[in-house]
Design a protein around this ligand. Structure first.
Ligand code: CTP
Ligand code: MG
Length: 237
């Protein structure tokens, strides 16, 4: 079966407080999103869709896809207001080129430059076995829920808690239909933060956790760039 990756780079990166959107900040001299794209290119995905800000599509075609020679990035499409809008645009772009229902699609944050071939392979295998899976790792910190006044309300058992990363990987037909449903008029999308949630809310398919990596961080706040630089320097590949 065919494999595809949707790499998301249409956010504004507000929490990074940088002039340039975080996905274009340089890591070892190359934009963050280039590191992410290279992992999927190297992994031999049949098709890569890059989702960029509406004003950055042309920039990405020239200065990312052409400049770095990504031959598997077939389309650069415009994203939307929220992450789920951007994902939907990527899914529609795959639909438009006739990507098969039983094809495997990996959805990845362009702000996770340290994804690697092992994680990608586990995600692809995870879909073969379970139809839906997400890269994840056990949480290291204790997680508590707060009440409205900022007092501790509860402490879920840490051994049941996982931090969720990307890639999030699915049979194409499953994720496409789940997104169609969640975009039906009247559906409340305000709490949706990842793709697994869309499948959890809109289908009966259970989402399997597969092993990500503690290095597979999402650059979100300024200190994450320092951590990513350090991790990049120690990378064995
Ligand atoms: N993303 C996207 N389209 C959006 C929002 C986010 O493609 N409308 C992408 C981002 O570019 C990023 C990934 O989704 O690669 C994860 O989102 P996040 O870390 O929240 O990035 P931003 O939304 O850009 O950052 P912030 O929330 O701090 O503004
Ligand atoms: Mg965001």
């Amino acid at each position: 079966v065919k494999t595809a990756a949707i790499v998301l780079a249409a956010g504004h990166g507000k929490r990074m407080h940088s002039k340039v959107a975080k996905q274009y900040l340089l890591l070892k001299g190359e934009p963050v999103v280039v590191h992410a794209l290279r992992a999927f290119e190297k992994a031999g995905m049949d098709e890569i869709i890059l989702v960029a800000g509406a004003d950055e599509v042309e920039f990405c075609k020239r200065n990312i896809v052409e400049q770095y020679g990504f031959t598997r990035v077939r389309q650069v499409v415009a994203g939307g207001k929220e992450r789920y809008d951007s994902v939907r645009n990527g899914l529609c772009a795959l639909k438009a080129v006739g990507f098969a229902e039983d094809g495997i699609v990996l959805i990845h944050d362009g702000a996770r430059p340290l994804v690697n071939g092992e994680i990608i392979a586990r995600a692809v295998d995870g879909v073969r076995e379970f139809s839906a899976c997400v890269a994840s790792m056990p949480v290291k910190d204790t997680i508590k829920a707060a009440d409205a006044e900022g007092f501790s309300a509860s402490t879920p058992d840490r051994s049941t808690l996982w931090q969720i990363q990307t890639p999030q990987a699915f049979r194409f037909g499953l994720i496409y239909r789940a997104y169609e449903k969640v975009f039906a008029p009247g559906t409340d999308r305000s709490r949706i933060t990842d793709d697994a949630m869309v499948v959890e809310l809109m289908t009966d398919t259970k989402v399997k956790f597969i092993e990500g990596s503690y290095s597979n961080i999402k650059v979100t706040t300024p200190e994450d760039m320092i951590i990513a630089e350090a991790l990049c320097a120690h990378r064995v590949q």
